[in-house]
Design a protein around this ligand. Structure first.
Ligand SMILES: N[C@@H](CCC(=O)N[C@@H](CS)C(=O)NCC(=O)O)C(=O)O
Length: 259
């Protein structure tokens, strides 16, 4: 039985969660009218931030198809086939009927608005609504760009550059704020797991395979990552998206990196 509260009550045991959203064969006109007959496809570039979209779908229990692609050495970019899906050429990308959408935050907003029935997000009336919105956007709006800037300046041997020092300051600020928030609450938007956690984990885990850094100074972030790693949705997403990859939840900097 598909565990999806957005479905009307009734006999849906025939739904294949990996292919059907509604029993489209029974209601073809309704599905066409509501544009519900199409299925969601997550185009996943392995070892990338598209892992968070798989994870979001798993947490929501919504049906989706998964298409995975390997990065191409030596620069580990997305393969040509992936780059052709959306002009941005970057992961993640989803397809939903005629929609082809890139950009993590846009994809999160699209899936949450269209398919979550309010789950994993907080309403404006919630006392932690502002925290929710802030952390939902902070990962890709602040933390991750600073981490990537630091990573590339180190790879280029420019640790002492102004750019590197600036990025390091920004990274420290973000980690300190995150650690302080997680000292008070179990999750970034209070004691409830939300999409804000889901979007924030990649920068502190899999991204460390590209630019290793330690989290030893941030015990509350580490405890949060350990809590996350116990979630069935996270385990399923990682096993499906990156089979064989041990999630990087350790406090120390990972030794085996990709670059
Ligand atoms: N702001 C974009 C960034 C996307 C991005 O840079 N993705 C990386 C993967 S983590 C990528 O596609 N890299 C492969 C490439 O550039 O070829 C988003 O959040 O979707």
């Amino acid at each position: 039985m598909l565990n999806n509260p957005s479905l009307p009550a009734g006999p849906h045991d025939d739904i294949n969660p990996s292919t059907d959203r509604l029993p489209s064969c029974q209601f073809p006109y309704l599905c066409k009218y509501l544009d519900m007959s199409s299925t969601l496809t997550v185009h996943h570039l392995r070892r990338s931030q598209s892992e968070r979209v798989i994870w979001l779908c798993e947490e929501l229990g919504i049906p989706y198809n998964l298409k995975s692609y390997d990065r191409v050495p030596p620069d580990m970019k997305a393969p040509e086939e992936y780059q052709k899906i959306h002009w941005s050429g970057t992961a993640p990308v989803i397809e939903d009927g005629s929609v082809i959408l890139a950009e993590s935050n846009a994809i999160f907003e699209y899936i949450l608005t269209k398919y979550s029935d309010g789950r994993l997000s907080l309403p404006p009336t919630h006392p932690h609504y502002a925290d929710y919105v802030f952390w939902l956007h902070r990962a890709n709006g602040g933390t991750q760009p600073a981490l990537i800037s630091l990573m590339f300046s180190r790879l280029g041997g420019k640790e002492e550059s102004l750019e590197s020092k600036y990025a390091q300051t920004r990274v420290n600020q973000n980690f300190e704020a995150m650690d302080a928030q997680l000292a008070k609450f179990q999750y970034l938007a209070g004691d409830e797991f939300t999409a804000a956690d889901c979007i924030s984990v990649f920068s502190l885990t899999t991204l460390r395979l590209f630019g290793a850094f330690s989290l030893e100074k941030y015990p509350n972030i580490v405890k949060w990552l350990q809590r996350i790693s116990q979630r069935e949705g996270y385990k399923r997403a990682m096993a499906k998206g990156d089979p064989g990859l041990e999630p990087v939840i350790c406090a120390h900097a990972p030794e085996n990196t990709i670059w």
